[in-house]
Design a protein around this ligand. Sequence first.
Ligand code: PEP
Length: 248
Amino acid sequence: MRRKVIAGNWKMNKLPNEAIEFIQKLEPLVKDTKNEVILCVPYTDLFYAIMTAQGTNIKIGAQNMHYEEKGAFTGEVSGEMLKSIGAEYVIIGHSERRMYFAETDETVNKKLKSALKCKLKPIVCVGESLNEREKGIANEVVTKQTHIALEGLKDSEVSNTIIAYEPIWAIGTGKTATSEDAEKAIKAIRDEIAKMYGQKISSGVIIQYGGSVKVSNAKELFNMPNIDGGLVGGASLDVEEFSKIINY
Ligand code: PEP
């Protein structure tokens, strides 16, 4: 039985004092959940969030990393740097990074390998655009993205990777994929993993849905057989709303 993993993606929001206050408020609201709780915060909040979440069931992650270990990459942060301050998770290949910061399937694959080498737990985002969905090639697009992202990994590394299916047209728009469409896309991703690494590995991989998850749609989405929780953007900025999604 796969666990449910609910991760918040704060994007470029919240200062350290706001992060500390949020985690202090969230902790009692989610302390009894069986679901895994993750907050992916801006780099500048990481240290404060990690310190505040110590001894709680809230895990902290970053939203990006560079694939090189070190070197002349001004402004970048490596996986080892994240790990060294106690980050556990890292989002890789979010559609906003693909759209605004030239992230490609190939750099996603390099970052994933680098994160796993540093013993970070990656959350790899895949998802189709509206145009691709309207053309009827959504599943083709996400399976190709998944294939390139996961190429050349060891079985154990695939098992330690979380995939987030995030249709681009549903991110921050208030539009959500129907639970049936999300289930179909996630099933297609799981089938691709099975082709690459076998049924046993594939059936254990956590695959989340992301795209305008709210209290009102979380239960229906997360109760689908292949959907193992969610990556939550906007709704993770509000502590009450996010706690209700976690306790769906
Ligand atoms: C996201 O940024 O990963 C996301 C899913 O955002 P939202 O929930 O706001 O659509």
